[in-house]
Design a protein around this ligand. Structure first.
Ligand code: SF4
Length: 359
């Protein structure tokens, strides 16, 4: 199998103030669950998403009333706005006119050539990209007829079909997604797409499930792709509050060292434990959630693995009987009583974060 270093080799596409692709970071996305035409509710949800770390947000646009709400929403938010349209070119034109930073529409589904041309012309005039969203559940009839059922080859062929329509109109600000709820199918489709073209890829496992099962399923599938260097933007689709999608996305990117964020290493505890480690680990995790510096924090129950793990961490604690040893870069700093552990760790974490930002 040939090597894929896709993330660094994709084209760069601008979406608002973000650049997607090239060597840029993987951008965290989510989608609102409100009626887009309900501006107040939609803006409130987007603000919650922004606070959680969402970098780009998509809204559904099934009616003209929704499209007409775009300028109002746009004025009140701080991250690029993607408008999701199916089939109706008039909605696409209205969304672009209203200030959408990107639209998601499949050009092969718009209809007449003149309608496709109108949308592409409008997107070009406003310098906004188009995301082609291939979904295993809604492949074109000619592709299903050819392959019999949704396959990775069929999904890539569908993407190439839509890409060609845009390229023929000299439009190249394209981002592509190839979503499926079957992980093996989605992974294979993204891998094949990464070899077939160099447009940035938006990753997602569609209809992945509820907060718990969907997070595991998404992390399993998207983890493979991120490890292979594939993916420029990402959404974790959950049947849950979309803020949960952002938390999972951030955690997944942290796991691969693909975002500047503090990470926690904590032990599962065992019969050797002499402190309330689970409570301490949860408190520390909550504290570091918004620290955008690559600091590794370890919270371990005892000294069996403590010093070894602490060497790998930037700051850590190894528990003992009602107390613990505080380590920094593998060196013991001091002994701290159990009831001071979290506070002392916070002090040291803050110092490391300050030093990182002062660099
Ligand atoms: Fe058990 Fe200590 Fe390992 Fe935690 S670090 S699991 S307490 S041996």
């Amino acid at each position: 199998m040939s090597e894929i270093t896709h993330r660094t080799k994709t084209r760069k596409v601008k979406v608002g103030n973000l650049t997607i692709g090239g060597t840029n970071e993987v951008i965290i996305q989510s989608m609102t669950t409100t009626k887009t035409r309900d501006v107040e509710a939609t803006v409130a949800q987007i603000h919650r998403l922004e606070d959680a770390g969402c970098q780009m947000v998509r809204v559904a646009c099934p009616t003209m009333e929704d499209a007409l709400a775009i300028p109002d929403i746009k004025r009140q938010i701080h991250i690029p706005l993607v408008v999701d349209i199916h089939f109706n070119y008039k909605l696409a034109l209205k969304a672009i006119e209203g200030g959408a930073d990107k639209i998601r529409i499949n050009p092969g589904n718009i209809g007449k050539q003149e309608n496709v041309e109108a949308v592409v012309r409008a997107a070009k005039d406003k310098h906004i990209p188009i995301r082609i969203g291939v979904n295993a559940g809604s492949l074109e009839k000619h592709i299903l007829d050819k392959y019999g059922y949704p396959t990775a080859d069929g999904m890539v062929e569908s993407a190439l079909h839509h890409i060609k329509i845009l390229e023929d109109l000299d439009f190249h600000d394209i981002i592509v997604s190839l979503k499926a709820s079957n992980i093996n199918l989605a992974v294979e489709a993204y891998e094949k797409a990464a070899r077939a073209f160099d447009y940035p890829l938006h990753l997602g496992i569609t209809e992945s499930g509820t907060k718990f099962s969907g997070s595991i399923k998404s992390a399993a599938g998207l983890g493979i792709l991120l490890h292979e260097g594939i993916g420029n933007t990402m959404r974790i689709s959950l049947s849950a509050d979309p803020v949960e999608e952002i938390k999972v996305c951030r955690e997944l990117l942290k796991t691969f060292g693909l975002t500047n964020a503090a990470t926690l290493i904590s032990c599962p505890t065992c019969g050797r434990i002499q402190i309330d480690l689970i409570k301490i680990a949860n408190q520390v995790e909550e504290y570091i959630d918004h620290i955008n510096a690559p600091i590794k924090v370890s919270v371990l129950g005892c000294a069996v693995n403590g010093p070894g793990e602490a060497r790998e961490a930037d700051i850590g604690i190894a528990g003992g009987r009602g107390e613990g040893l505080l380590f920094r870069h593998g060196e013991v700093l001091r002994k701290v009583p159990e009831d001071r552990m979290v506070e002392e760790l916070k002090i040291e974490i803050d110092k490391l974060a300050e030093a990182y930002f002062a660099k």
